[in-house]
Design a protein around this ligand. Structure first.
Ligand SMILES: *Cc1c(COP(=O)(O)O)cnc(C)c1O
Length: 359
């Protein structure tokens, strides 16, 4: 068996310990005689798995009691529609467009009401986070929407926008559980888990209870109402059962690692190794405004497309895979999520140094 250093933006690297445990339990989950994949989601055993996953997530994020935790399907992209369908009571919402994912959410919301773009960083290819301290937010906006960590461009909000009393909704797909957050500042925090938590197929939605109502837009399908899933504790229909089980294992791993404060420290240390190198390099350059840099996704370029391609190819041969930048940006991107060990980043930097010397 040989494992590579996987810098994929998602689906992405998972803790080896979690993968090994899952392998051990594959044929016989704790004496049940079957795999979690083969188990009824209504069984007592599975009920234990999903309840424990939720309890561990609540503990990790210190989620207040007036928030529900939902394990849903449809990826982060389904939330782009589900959010306006459930929250747009006044048929108006404010969107801050800081990248492709925020833009997609903004465009989707236009199908359901008036989505107002209150700030954007598209003028400089999303390489920064706009000043959100005093935005012109419509009085009757139902919520303010952000993508907190921009996976493709490698920017992250260091302070949350001043929503002027409006509900904040955040897509945290690529920074989920990377550092502590104050859940009470948000109406909804959600993310697809395939970036920083588990296998694709699960999206976690943490939602304040008062936002869960019967009063959704006309025609909202049962499956797309938060209330449906909240009332059934995420077991309205068959949930992505195996994926949730793996997420639960990752929550346990995070607790063992010391929780989110410890992860933050670790992630800062890892990112610093890479950013310090980029700042000193004559060949490689970071593409993002320094104060807005993400701890999770680190895009960089050489400025020469052929050299970029050569780097990606040689890196792959050396065991550093998925470093090619997003198709809309080019260059390179190293995603260094929770499960990427510090050693992986150190070795990547050593490889980049060597490449720089030789080219
Ligand atoms: C990957 C990603 C998405 C899309 O996720 P899907 O689960 O594929 O729909 C949305 N938002 C962000 C921030 C992402 O990184």
């Amino acid at each position: 068996m040989s494992r590579v250093y996987n810098f994929s933006a998602g689906p992405a690297v998972l803790p080896e310990e979690v993968l090994r445990e899952a392998a051990e339990e594959m044929m016989d989950y704790k004496g049940s005689g079957m795999s979690v994949m083969e188990m009824s989601h209504r069984s007592k055993v599975y009920d234990g798995i999903i309840k424990e996953a939720e309890a561990d997530l609540r503990e990790l994020m210190d989620i207040p009691d007036n928030y529900k935790v939902l394990f849903l399907q449809g990826g982060a992209s389904q939330q782009f529609a589900m959010i306006p369908m459930n929250l747009m009571k006044n048929k108006k919402a404010a969107y801050i467009v800081t990248g492709q994912w925020a833009k997609k959410a903004f465009q989707e919301a236009q199908n359901y009401g008036e989505a107002v773009k209150v700030a954007s960083s598209e003028d400089e290819t999303f390489s920064y986070i706009p000043d959100c301290s005093d935005l012109d937010i419509p009085e009757d906006a139902d919520y303010v929407y952000i993508c907190e960590n921009n996976t493709i461009y490698g920017t992250k909000y260091k302070t949350l926008p001043n929503t002027k009393g409006h509900t904040l909704v955040a897509d945290v797909s690529s920074c989920f559980l990377s550092e502590p957050v104050d859940v009470s500042k948000y109406g909804i925090i959600y993310g697809g888990v395939q970036k920083n938590i588990g296998p694709a197929g699960v999206v976690i939605v943490i939602i304040r209870e008062d936002l869960i109502t019967e009063d959704t837009l006309p025609g909202t399908p049962t499956m797309l109402k938060y209330k449906t899933h909240a009332d059934a504790d995420s077991l309205y229909n068959t949930p992505p059962a195996y994926g949730i089980y793996i997420c639960g294992k990752v929550f346990k791993w995070l607790k063992k690692m010391g929780g989110l404060s410890a992860m933050k420290e670790r992630n800062e240390e890892k990112a610093k190794i890479l950013y310090d190198f980029l700042d000193g390099s004559k060949m490689f350059k970071g593409t993002v405004r320094k104060e807005d840099r993400s701890l999770m996704n680190v895009p960089f370029v050489t400025g020469d497309k052929e050299l970029d391609a050569k780097f990606v190819k040689e890196a792959e041969a050396a065991g550093f895979v998925n470093l090619k930048g997003h198709r809309t940006v080019g260059g390179m991107r190293a995603s260094i999520y929770n499960a990427m060990p510090k050693e992986g980043v150190e070795k990547l930097v050593a490889f980049m140094k060597k490449f720089e010397e030789e080219n």
